[in-house]
Design a binder for this molecule. Structure first.
Ligand SMILES: *Cc1c(COP(=O)(O)O)cnc(C)c1O
Length: 368
């Protein structure tokens, strides 16, 4: 505890250092444990998932709970909110998150006030009487930046719970608990696991009662993750700091080059001075991360073909893996209608920057 994150990522979640003991926590393939010990039934917790939770908790500055997916983590939080409550949700965010809020609204479970994440005054106004503020910053895929401190202050004044989806920034760039949030959520499927091979979610809080309540929701909703997934999540954490550094450095360079390409009308990246989120993001995060979003010229078909024509960039959904992926987000019906047809989301991975650029350039030049 108290170490630099580069060190914590390596040292956290290890078994006790005893002669002959394994250095890594084994994958405990056991659904039950001998009676009267610390562990009982796998859905309530197990040593493999606990090691992952220790590591991500240490990086975010709280106590973590691992979930079967990011959406399972979201649902555990929503399940805590009393029926009929008012909640504040992002107008634009990860499509699955938006869809879930809409469902609960349609079912009459919750009253939902939707606010763009970059509208601090709108968030403050919407917080009146709310039980929960669900924030995402930067947002997927519009890269809107929320002033987290201002939103936390607005939520606090109303006694609302404030949760932040920190998937894009990761704890290496942004620590919402330090900014005053009650809860951090991750789709650990993305940067944390980092190799596009596991579905995993996580919630982190420094509040003991909230942790206990969410642990109970996880048990009763059956939302616990598998031990192979949490083991892969912990393995991902070991290299998270250096993966973020490398991917972000490449993303910064590609974002700069993209601003000068004729087929690109806008680059959405909080590391660019001209980006509307630049100063807010800079005030709460230590770097812009490795997601770069571009608005392209050309027909929907031409942009779609461009995404599929590349040799290194993988035309696929999801993000945060070692491999760079590219996707036209409006191809999904669940995506917000405010996402332009020609908007392309780039998840910058660990390949060579010039190889990535040359590949992308061939595709973009076809749009001219
Ligand atoms: C992918 C994603 C989610 C959903 O997480 P799953 O692990 O796929 O359930 C939530 N928020 C953001 C920002 C995401 O990118």
């Amino acid at each position: 505890m108290g170490h630099d994150p580069y060190t914590t990522a390596i040292t956290a979640g290890r078994p006790p250092a005893e002669p002959g003991a394994p250095m890594n926590v084994p994958i405990h393939l056991s659904s039950t444990f001998h009676a009267n010990g610390h562990y009982g039934y796998v859905r309530d917790g197990n040593p493999s998932s606990a090691a992952f939770e220790q590591a991500i908790g240490a990086l975010e500055g709280g106590h973590a709970l691992a979930f079967a997916s990011g959406i399972a983590a979201l649902n555990a939080v929503l399940d805590m909110v009393p029926t009929g409550s008012t909640v504040v949700a992002p107008l634009h965010a990860y499509s699955g998150t938006m869809k879930r809020f809409t469902e609960l609204e349609t079912q009459g479970r919750l009253q939902v006030r939707r606010v763009p994440m970059d509208d601090a005054a709108g968030l403050a106004a919407a917080a009146a009487g709310a039980a929960l503020l669900w924030l995402e910053s930067p947002t997927n895929p519009l890269m809107e930046v929320c002033d987290i401190r201002a939103a936390v202050a607005a939520g606090r004044a109303q006694g609302a719970l404030v949760a932040v989806d920190n998937t894009f920034a990761t704890p290496m760039r942004q620590r919402p608990l330090e900014l005053g949030a009650d809860l951090v959520m991750h789709s650990a499927t993305k940067y944390i696991a980092g190799h596009s091979d596991a579905l995993l979610g996580v919630l982190v809080t420094a509040n003991h009662d909230l942790h206990a309540e969410l642990a109970q929701r996880r048990v009763l909703l059956g939302a616990a993750p598998g031990v192979l997934e949490t083991t892969l999540g912990l393995r991902g954490i070991r290299t998270l700091p250096i993966r973020m550094d490398r991917a972000e450095a490449t993303a910064r360079e590609l974002a700069q080059r993209l601003t000068r390409h004729q087929a690109v009308t806008r680059v959405r990246y909080p590391g660019l001075e001209q980006d509307p989120g630049y100063s807010t993001h800079g005030g709460q995060a230590s770097g812009p991360g490795a997601m770069v979003v571009i608005d392209c010229i050309g027909s929907t078909e031409a942009v779609e073909q461009m995404c599929g024509s590349l040799a290194i960039w993988v035309h696929a959904t999801s993000l945060g893996g070692v491999e760079s992926t590219i996707e036209r987000r409006a191809r999904w019906a669940a995506e917000s209608p405010d996402v332009p047809a020609g908007l392309v989301r780039l998840s910058v991975g660990l390949e060579d920057v010039d190889d990535l650029w040359d590949d992308l350039l061939l595709g973009l030049n076809r749009l001219l």
